[in-house]
Design a protein. Structure first.
Length: 375
């Protein structure tokens, strides 16, 4: 590599880092405003127009805040852990394309590269918990490892099913193959699994059990403060945006317009809009669903998502081998998704329905009408 090529690559990396920092600031503001609207409050309003400068104020506060290190911590592991969490979340953007040409390096094995690097963050979480020498942090680190390893399996299986359709692991090839029909129409089951497992991978509600403040105070990061905690926070939002753009690329057609030629700047805006829409859904989940218990979280991963991911691969293989029309794969995916959703709804609402039935039975036994909610 010549000096000019190295300088060009460094400038691209710096530009990517600046763009991701801007994205994180925008996501922080968007999440706080959206959660405020869901909870019937205003959200940030004081710093800047409608609180637009609030994320910058928070970032400055975190950078200048005192960075404490516990006296009993393993200082080497404690200091390195945030970098081990952050670096893989940044490195996966090397091969994530925004358009056919706007990509740092288009790799033929791009999907494999992304999966291989994304799992390395698990090591950083375990190091953060262990290096803190805190019981809460260690328990949070072990929970994070168990959760992320479990939910990485359905993500990998869905990626395999997606790669089977264009017979390629190149993200550009996958997007170009969706120019007519996006894979969300062919594999709604795969889209559902990938989105849910992706939310669990970044540890967001309702899958934020290793950050459960009511149980573990702050998970593996309970002893971190200042810039070190800010690095962890930055990695979480970068990974959130990464899940959003992967959903847009793998299932929503990326930058392509059906039956229209490529226009680079319009394609960039189109894939960015899709990504923010997916992230909006993830924020909506946080403001809507309660946190799962640790046993519910692990059961959902191992007993629901992992079996469904194998089923998704199976029906995709039959679709390709026997040359079925696309609507059959779509219909099978929708039927399996609907049946699973109904079964999960019946399962999780059973305690409420059982309590209601007992109240009605007691009311009949005492021969008096059930008291209405209005009364």
């Amino acid at each position: 590599m010549t000096f000019e090529e190295a300088l060009t690559l460094a400038s691209r990396v710096g530009l990517l880092m600046g763009a991701l920092t801007f994205v994180v600031l925008s996501l922080v503001w968007l999440e706080r405003k959206l959660l405020g609207r869901i909870q019937r409050r205003m959200g940030p309003m004081r710093v800047g127009f409608h609180g637009l400068l609030q994320p910058i104020a928070d970032a400055v506060k975190l950078v200048v805040k005192e960075d404490l290190t516990p006296a009993w911590a393993d200082k080497g592991v404690f200091w390195v852990a945030p970098l081990v969490v952050f670096v893989p979340s940044f490195m996966i953007w090397v091969t994530i394309p925004f358009t056919h040409d706007i990509v740092l390096r288009s790799l033929d094995m791009g999907l494999l590269y992304i999966i291989a690097f994304s799992v390395l963050s698990i090591v950083g979480l375990v190091m953060a918990g262990w290096g803190s020498a805190s019981k809460y942090a260690i328990l949070g680190g072990l929970r994070s490892a168990a959760q992320l390893v479990s939910y990485e399996i359905p993500i990998i299986m869905v990626v395999i099913a997606v790669a089977m359709l264009p017979q390629s692991l190149n993200l550009v090839t996958i997007v170009e193959d969706q120019r007519v029909i996006p894979y969300a129409a062919l594999q709604p089951l795969g889209l559902t699994i990938f989105l849910l497992a992706g939310i669990a991978e970044v540890g967001r509600t309702p899958f934020d059990i290793y950050f459960a403040e009511s149980e573990l105070v702050g998970g593996p990061f309970v002893e971190y403060s200042g810039a070190h905690w800010a690095v962890m926070y930055l990695a979480e939002y970068i990974n959130t945006f990464a899940i959003g753009i992967l959903v847009a690329i793998l299932f929503l057609g990326g930058w392509t317009f059906p039956f229209m030629p490529d226009i680079p700047w319009l394609g960039f805006l189109w894939v960015t809009l899709k990504t923010y829409m997916v992230v909006f859904v993830m924020f909506w989940f946080r403001g809507t669903f309660p946190r799962l218990r640790v046993d519910q979280l692990m059961s959902f991963g191992w007993k629901v998502l992992i079996p469904l991911s194998f089923v998704n691969i199976g029906i995709t293989a039959f679709y390709l081998f026997y040359g079925w029309p696309g609507w059959i794969l779509t219909l099978l995916s929708l039927l399996i998704t609907a049946a699973t959703g109904y079964a999960m709804y019946r399962r999780w609402t059973w305690p409420a329905r059982a309590t209601t039935a007992q109240r009605l039975a007691r009311a009949r036994a005492y021969r008096r009408p059930e008291v209405s909610n209005a009364g």
